[in-house]
Every structure is written in structure tokens, then in C-alpha cells.
Design a protein around this ligand. Structure first.
Ligand code: F6P
Length: 366
């Protein structure tokens, strides 16, 4: 019986529990055993009680749960070879030769390094006399399959990361809540949203709530953005709008790559336009809580595909990442996806903003 490990890594995202549930149940349905690796890479390195077999009923009710019930952690030890050696030993001791990981690009790249080093690690375990040849013999290859879990929607070669639509819905709900109090007092609000280096949450929240102005890292505003924003906001006010909503991505920057702080936007709205302005940082309310229907569906379909990808893999198959493209669940090369993602950040760093928007498939934004 094959034993498939499942773990979540990096920042939690709504839908991660749906991934674990789908991987556990699909593994069992396909005659395999499923193992939960708790606390992300920490569990892989520490082993012991942090690696547990999971049965069908262990994941009952997990679809609607927020966060990740098997935990996640940032693990420095796994970044070093001795940590990965320990991880390899723990996998073999538990009889696990395939790992399905739901996390961001960093977490998935880490897993691929383990796969690359696998044979070398096994040799080292034998030569260190930590395991004998008979123990390592059945574990010639390690299969890794990635699923992208992140609220940021910052991975290339997939249309949506698991969690991004739940986060977007929460942001919209919160902006609606702010709308009513803003309108009552005719106030302006500068609302900061998460997303790290990616402006997807900010942009989509702006479109979905009819915000007056959006700041995002991939498309910094024009050089004279201060005057442009003020004239747009005052135009909207003249048209009868009783409130002003400016959405600012946490990674927002100007064309010289200097961070645009929400306080700067607030000061402009207050001092130039005389608007009573408040700043709201939405913070982790965007990340926790129950997944929306789309993320429940996406995590389930991708979890099923991930197990199928494990069963289909040959030693030559490059590590796949399960993506969704034009509403189809597909497999892409993990390394290609990570490379394409880094290209966006490189384009931003090189101030090639048109290219960054093109790579993000958002070239339609004016
Ligand atoms: O990647 C998800 C994310 O929520 C980002 O949007 C944000 O920048 C970061 O994680 C916050 O991380 P932490 O919860 O460790 O502060």
C-alpha cells in the first residue's frame, strides 16, 4: 500500500483544510494510506507525533473550516541540508514516499529541493548508519505534488490560488461595512489590504466595491498621482458621492519603487480636499475564517487531482503543481510556475510595469 503524506505550509489560507480532506479521502479511495504531517516542515523535520495516519472520518466537517487544522509553521531547519536529512529519515520511517503540499511558491520550491536531493540523502542515511540499505531500498524516489494555497493570488500559471476568493469576499464585505459609516459622515477611508508583492486583492476589491482609487505594486500610479487622485475624488464628490474609498495594497509603491504609505494618502485627502479621512488596515480578518464556495470546490478538485498525479508519476515526471486555468484543473511544472512568478517580481524591480501587468494577465487595467 502506498503511503501519501499531506501537509500545509506557509501562511494559512481558507481552503487548506479542503485540500487535506480531499487528499486523505482520495488516497483511501485509491487503496493508499494517508498521513498528515502536522505543523508544516516542522513536522517533517521533527517527525514522531507530528506525522500521523489519517482516516476517512478524521477529516469529517473540514470543508467549511478556516485556517489549517494540521497547522503550519515557518521552519528554518528545513532550509538547511541536515534538516532535510532528518525529514527524509522521518518519511522513510513512516513508509511515506509521496508528499502533497499546499502552500506558497517558497514552500513548494523547498519540497522540490528535497526531491532533488533524495537519492543523496538516502546514501547519507545509510553511510551514517541511521538506516540500513534494506530500509531505504523500497524508497528510491520521492514524489512531490504541489497545490497553491495563498490568499495573495500571486502564483503564475494558475488563475486562482486556494484562498484568494475567500479573502476577496471578506475584503468586499468589510468595505461594504465601512461604506455605510463613511457615507453617514461623508468621510473618506483609506483601506489597506494584504497581498505581499501582488496587487490582485487590491485591484479586484477595487473593482468589486467601486472604489475611487486603487494602489497596487505592479502598476504604480503616474508621477503626478497626488493631483490625479485628488481631482478624481473631487469629481466623484461633485457627482454626489457621499463617501470616498481608496484601496491600497500593502506592497503599493510609486514609480521609483518607494513605498506609498496609507498615511500619505490620508494626509492628501485631508489637507488637499478637506475630507475627514480615516485609515483602516484590514489585517488578518482577510485570511482567517470559513472558505467561500469556490475555495471549497477548488481545494477538493485539486486535492483529487493531486493524488491522481502521485499515482501517475514516474521517476522522470517533473514535479507538478495543480493549477486551474480557464476553469479546468490542470497540471503544470512546478519549476516553470515558480520561475514565471519570479519574472513578475523581477519586472517590477526593473520598473518594467507594463510587463509586470502583462505577466499578471492584468494588462487591461487603465
Ligand atoms: O501571504 C499571505 C499573507 O497574508 C500576505 O498577504 C501578508 O503579507 C503576509 O502573509 C502576512 O504574514 P504574517 O501573517 O506572517 O504577518
Amino acid at each position: 500500500k502506498r503511503r501519501i503524506g499531506v501537509m500545509t505550509s506557509g501562511g494559512d489560507a481558507p481552503g487548506m483544510n479542503g485540500c487535506v480532506r480531499a487528499v486523505v479521502r482520495m488516497s483511501i479511495a485509491r487503496g493508499c494510506e494517508a498521513y498528515g504531517i502536522y505543523e508544516g516542515y516542522e513536522g517533517l523535520v521533527q517527525g514522531g507525533k507530528l506525522i500521523k495516519q489519517m482516516k476517512w472520518s478524521d477529516v469529517r466537517g473540514w470543508l467549511s473550516e478556516g485556517g489549517t487544522l494540521i497547522g503550519t509553521a515557518r521552519c528554518a531547519a528545513f532550509r538547511e541540508r541536515p534538516g532535510r536529512l532528518q525529514a527524509a529519515k522521518n518519511l522513510i520511517v513512516h513508509g511515506i514516499d509521496a508528499l502533497v503540499i499546499c502552500g506558497g511558491d517558497g514552500s513548494l520550491t523547498g519540497a522540490d529541493i528535497l526531491r532533488d536531493e533524495w537519492q543523496g540523502l538516502l546514501k547519507e542515511l545509510v553511510s551514517n548508519k541511521e538506516l540500513n540499505q534494506d530500509q531505504v531500498e523500497p524508497f528510491k524516489h520521492l514524489n512531490i505534488v504541489g497545490m497553491v494555497g495563498s490568499i495573495d493570488n500571486d502564483m503564475s500559471l494558475t488563475d486562482a490560488t486556494i484562498g484568494c476568493y475567500s479573502s476577496l469576499s471578506r475584503i468586499c464585505e468589510m468595505v461594504d461595512v465601512i461604506d455605510s459609516t463613511a457615507s453617514s459622515h461623508q468621510r473618506a477611508f483609506v483601506i489597506e489590504v494584504m497581498g505581499r508583492h501582488c496587487g490582485w486583492l487590491a485591484l479586484m476589491a477595487g473593482v468589486s466595491t467601486g472604489a475611487d482609487f486603487v494602489f497596487m505594486p505592479e502598476k504604480p500610479p503616474s508621477e503626478n498621482w497626488e493631483a490625479q487622485m485628488c481631482s478624481l475624488v473631487s469629481k466623484h464628490r461633485k457627482l454626489g458621492k457621499r463617501k470616498t474609498i481608496v484601496i491600497i495594497a500593502e506592497g503599493a509603491q510609486d514609480r521609483s519603487l518607494n513605498k506609498i504609505p496609507p498615511t500619505k494618502v490620508k494626509d492628501l485627502l485631508s489637507n488637499e480636499l478637506g475630507l475627514d479621512t480615516r485609515i483602516t488596515t484590514l489585517g488578518h480578518v482577510q485570511r482567517g475564517g470559513s472558505p467561500c464556495a469556490y475555495d471549497r470546490q477548488l481545494s477538493t478538485l485539486q486535492g483529487v487531482e493531486a493524488v491522481q498525479a502521485v499515482l501517475d508519476a514516474t521517476p522522470e515526471t517533473p514535479t507538478p503543481v495543480i493549477s486551474v486555468i480557464e476553469n479546468k484543473i490542470v497540471r503544470k511544472g512546478l519549476i516553470e510556475a515558480v520561475k514565471a512568478t519570479h519574472e513578475v517580481t523581477n519586472a517590477i524591480k526593473a520598473k518594467n510595469f507594463d510587463r509586470a501587468m502583462l505577466l499578471r494577465d492584468a494588462e487591461f487595467v487603465e
